[in-house]
Ligand binder design. Structure first.
Ligand SMILES: Cc1ncc(COP(=O)(O)O)c(C=O)c1O
Length: 375
């Protein structure tokens, strides 16, 4: 099985350790172990819980405590509708490999995380891409979706809220989207790793597993819970999907680490505080970014409605990769080039790092843009 190299991950691996201002980061500023323990009130007692822990494989699908805590993020999911995975990346990979056979028709809504089109392609799926366009506020065109759906479409894949655009499918738009897909009987895989980051309200859009009988929701502790280091994600789905997933999962996962499982539970049992912290960062930082974009004449964008990233359109005639490498070398600021996500001519900024890193980084980008303009 041949697969296209994963553009964003290669970019990150190559440059992430070389930058001073990481505006390529997509996680809300990560927590330290100390911060997590303080939030959960375990600062003085953690060892009482960890020391007697026998490091077995633990409960294979994820501990009951953790799966019950995960259910708390959904309207109607029960413990048996949750299986725990190695991050959302492990969850996505498992769903794709379970659902897709050669020749199956799959629709992927792009731009998106590359797993969602390169994995189906590598399995020999008949892949149609539905492009999100800026003139539609990066929301899917439902007439176009209706045209490319087939009676035998197996899977429609989207990322909501969307990385990289920050677009959010919600309310009537989301309901209509589901209604259109339902006519074909296809499953929907919704990568909801940024769920909880809406700029308004309680931050949460409805989960696909809650609103569609063939809906599969994937999420993780990495983004809004700021704990990418524990590498813990999950799939919420109808039982028949999870039974099929479990057959594959036995071959490549067994279980996730018991300590990761335990830390994830601590975080979810204190979710109000962690989500509150994250929303303070994403909402405050988007204001910083929005003010900055309005002052930069060579930069424009569609203001994100959710998530941690935005696509910036720049006015210079230079490939996005060259732009980003030059920016990094001259200022220490790291963006992600649109070219690694099929969006040449754009730059992706991750704006959920600490407000200081964002403000200082953007100031340096302003100087860089001024110099570019005068070259
Ligand atoms: C849309 C999307 N899905 C999945 C992932 C992987 O997340 P995790 O750290 O939970 O594996 C990412 C990471 O950037 C992402 O942006």
């Amino acid at each position: 099985m041949k697969i296209k190299p994963f553009g964003v991950e290669i970019w990150m691996n190559e440059f992430e350790t070389q930058c001073k201002y990481n505006l390529a980061e997509t996680c809300v500023a990560s927590l330290t172990v100390e911060q997590l323990l303080n939030i959960s009130g375990k600062g003085n007692t953690i060892l009482d819980e960890l020391l007697p822990m026998k490091l077995t494989y633990g409960e294979i699908e994820g501990s009951s405590r953790l799966r019950d805590n995960i259910c708390g993020l959904y309207e109607s999911q029960k413990r048996d509708n949750i299986v725990v995975t190695h991050g959302a990346i492990g969850a996505n990979a498992l769903v794709h490999e379970t659902m897709i056979s050669p020749g199956d028709h799959v629709i992927s809504i792009c731009p998106t995380y590359q797993q969602h089109y390169s994995i189906p392609e590598s399995f020999g799926a008949k892949l149609d891409i539905l492009w999100l366009r800026p003139e539609n506020d990066f929301l899917p065109d439902l007439e176009e979706l209706g045209r490319i759906l087939r009676p035998n479409t197996k899977l429609v894949v989207l990322n909501n809220p969307n990385n990289p655009t920050g677009a959010l499918l919600m309310g009537a738009n989301l309901e209509e989207f589901v209604a259109v897909v339902r006519t074909s009987g296809a499953y929907i895989l919704c990568d909801e790793v940024y769920r909880g980051t809406n700029q308004v309200g309680n931050g949460f859009a409805p989960a696909m597993a809650d609103i569609y009988e063939k809906g599969i929701s994937v999420s993780s502790m990495s983004k809004v819970f700021s704990l990418a280091g524990i590498r813990l994600g999950w799939i919420a789905a109808p039982r028949e999907v999870l039974e099929a997933v479990s057959i594959r999962r036995d071959y490549n996962t067994i279980s996730v680490g018991m300590i990761d499982d335990y830390f994830a539970s601590l975080a979810l049992e204190n979710k109000e505080q962690i989500i509150g912290r994250s929303q303070k960062i994403t909402r405050g930082n988007l204001k910083i970014l929005d003010d900055w974009v309005s002052k930069e004449h060579s930069i424009s964008y569609k203001k994100p409605q959710a998530g941690t990233t935005a696509l910036l359109k720049y006015d210079f005639n230079i490939p996005s990769r060259d732009f980003c490498i030059q920016l990094l070398r001259e200022t220490g600021v790291m963006f992600t080039p649109g070219s690694v996500m099929e969006m040449e001519g754009w730059l992706r900024i991750g704006y959920a790092n600490s407000p200081e890193v964002l403000s200082q980084g953007l100031n340096l980008v302003s100087n860089f843009l001024a110099q570019m303009g005068s070259r």
